[in-house]
Design a protein around this ligand. Structure first.
Ligand code: FEO
Ligand code: CA
Ligand code: CA
Ligand code: CA
Length: 627
């Protein structure tokens, strides 16, 4: 495996290895709960989940099928596979111009920094549709680039000019553009006054407890209150007041040090800031990515950023009250009293699950614009008895100042003994009841190695498998059906696995069978019916532990029955990530990220074309609603 195709997590582990100790005592102590858990998994769906007398609904196996489609088979075709009665089309692909003054994507040069800054970014991830006064916009994260693809016109896929590096930079960030329906389906409105690219060079504000902190001050920003862009934008969220939340994930991989002997403080190590970057080369064209020159610049990334999708002039705001970590997505719900609750995962092996609760309350029609600046951040602590608590991260509980908690959030979580998780990806909340789900994608270190802060990763509770290669989906219900409550009950919705290869816990929970097996759940989102759409970013070798899983895919789960059915299979070497619907719910947008990341796809155009990340639109051939 070359470094080009290492995951960010693998890269961090190679360059900032966690302490080589294993907390053997914890592993042994959890063995009992693991056995208990095995029983729980076998008896999936039976038992009381409620904490306030709310009995868990009985499994309604054989009840009405709410899916409305027949399962598709796993496969390794370099295309999109959908059930009978559904069609797909490409809405937009990497490099498609958003303005008519910019050229169409060039398969030979793969663009320039100038063309890229006026075009749809690369590696689309989280996205959301917004509508207002009859106009519809789509806001999309462009998470990162694959060097072998974006620089595939250069020797060894390496940047040879500063403009190559800048082109890569401009392929990051957010693309916002108007869309409209036509007889041929939804299309991008070129030149709309709402179209906008937000890049790692766009000016934005920093708000919340870290704003103005010494930890954020740099030569370019002596006040620590403004920032110059966002990158590695992974999952997303949307607020009830109509703004888009974009989540900065693997922000660390862009920093390097011109001093190879630079001493790195613990906070840099915990966040994976290394002497070498991931290969993007940004420090070669911009000193702020050189931590020997700007040691505080990394402290200005790793946040949730709030954007008004209908005001291209409004500066995005980095909301430091929501903490700094490898933010996956931001799932927004309301507490019973109207306070805003945001659930968030930190996607790294052994990191934590968080909840923010605002101080103020959401009121329809009022000024809600700064609700995400004041409130309390909490971290999840799960007990093996299927209960859990949200532990507040405050100066009293952590011994840290409020700006330190906002900037070094991982260390605050460690200070209160948060539960180390199997890489929390997206959180999704059921629109019909107080119940939330988190995709824990996998964790090959579970039970073997501590996290980057030295916290043990014992087997047990919501992370029941040692060397977890398949992942699981955990759900919880807050006490009194109130997302503002500090207590919850939890269980597993699904333990992914391979029942064709294994007969132990690696077979998965009993709602996984040969027809719907998958690995590495990642993007999850509820539709209006209360069905859970599950997207995967996993091992697509289709061999060994993963035999029969095929390419990455999208499935639908029914929380009422536990049933899971495969809806879509993606092209080769792609991840399925990002999902949203048009206002009429007749078109669903689905993200296809990094097809051909190892050189074996020509999606979506086929032939000898350059593979391009793309958003596809999916419709029923009968035109009915799709979720
Ligand atoms: Fe960008 Fe954790 O996925
Ligand atoms: Ca993801
Ligand atoms: Ca992932
Ligand atoms: Ca990805």
């Amino acid at each position: 495996m070359t470094e080009d195709i290492l995951s960010f997590d693998d890269y961090d582990e190679r360059h900032s290895p966690a302490p080589p100790i294993t907390d053997f005592d914890n592993v042994v102590a959890s063995a009992m709960s693991r056995r208990d858990f095995t029983k729980g998994v076998v008896a999936f769906g039976i038992g009381a989940l409620g904490v306030a007398g709310s009995a868990r609904p009985q499994l309604a196996l054989g009840a009405e099928d709410r899916f409305g489609f027949s399962a598709v088979a796993a496969n390794t075709a370099d295309t999109i596979t959908l059930p009978d009665g559904f069609d797909w089309d490409v809405l937009v692909s990497w490099g498609d111009p958003l303005w008519s003054d910019s050229p169409d994507f060039d398969h030979v040069s793969r663009g320039t920094s100038a063309s890229q800054s006026r075009a749809f970014g690369d590696n689309n991830d989280g996205m959301a549709v917004f509508s207002k006064a009859g106009r519809v916009v789509l806001a999309v994260n462009n998470e990162y680039t694959n060097r072998q693809i974006i620089w595939g016109n250069r020797p060894q896929g390496q940047a040879t000019t500063d403009d190559d590096i800048a082109k890569g930079m401009m392929a990051h960030g957010i693309s916002i553009f108007e869309i409209q329906p036509s007889s041929a389906g939804w299309t991008v409105v070129k030149d709309s006054d709402l179209n906008r690219r937000i890049t790692p060079r766009s000016e934005m504000l920093i708000s919340g407890p870290a704003a103005g902190s010494e930890l954020l001050r740099t030569r370019a920003d002596g006040d620590g209150r403004s920032s110059f862009g966002t990158w590695n934008n992974c999952g997303n969220g949307e607020t009830p007041w109509g703004t888009y939340l974009t989540c900065e994930e693997n922000f660390n991989g862009y920093f390097s040090s011109s001093d190879p002997n630079l001493g790195r403080p613990n906070a840099m190590i915990r966040y994976g800031i290394n002497i070498e970057d991931w290969g993007y080369g940004w420090a070669k064209i911009d000193d702020r990515f050189d931590v020997a020159k700007e040691p505080n610049e990394p402290n200005r990334a790793g946040y949730v950023v709030e954007i008004d999708p209908f005001d291209p002039e409004a500066k995005p705001k980095k909301r430091s009250a929501l903490g700094r970590f490898k933010h996956e997505n931001a799932d927004v719900v309301l507490a019973a009293d109207g306070r805003v609750v945001v659930y968030m995962g930190d996607d790294e092996r052994g990191e934590f699950l968080y909840r923010f609760v605002s101080e103020g309350r959401y009121t329809v029609g009022a000024d809600n614009s700064n609700l995400l600046d004041n409130g309390t951040l909490f971290v999840a602590k799960f007990a093996d008895d299927l209960t859990g608590r949200w532990i507040p991260l405050t100066p009293e509980t952590t011994g840290m100042t409020s700006d330190e908690i906002a900037v070094y959030t991982r260390m605050a979580g460690s200070a209160v003994g948060a539960t180390t998780m199997d890489r929390p990806e997206w959180v999704a909340s059921n629109p019909h009841k107080a119940e939330s789900y988190v995709a824990l994608t996998n964790n090959k270190n579970r039970g073997l190695k501590p996290n980057a802060g030295g916290d043990p990763t014992p087997v047990g509770g919501p992370n029941p498998r040692e060397v977890n290669v398949y992942g699981q989906i955990v759900r919880w219900r807050p006490r009194n059906a109130d997302h503002g409550s500090d207590e919850f009950a939890w269980d597993l919705f699904a333990l992914a696995g391979n029942p064709k290869v294994h007969s132990d816990l690696n077979a998965g929970s009993n709602n996984i069978d040969a027809s719907n097996m998958f690995n590495s759940p990642d993007g999850i989102m509820f539709d209006t019916q209360g069905l859970l759409w599950i997207q995967t970013d996993g091992n697509y070798s289709n061999e060994g532990d993963f035999a029969g899983h095929g390419n990455n895919q999208m499935l639908v789960g029914d929380p009422l029955t536990g049933e899971i059915r495969r809806f879509l299979v993606g092209p080769n070497e792609a991840e399925i990530t990002g999902i949203s619907w048009t206002p009429d719910r007749r078109t669903m947008f689905v993200g296809i990220q990094h097809p051909g990341e190892r050189g074996n796809s020509h999606f979506p155009e086929g032939g000898e074309s350059v593979p391009r990340s793309a958003i596809i639109s999916v419709r029923r051939t009968d035109g009915n609603v799709i979720g």
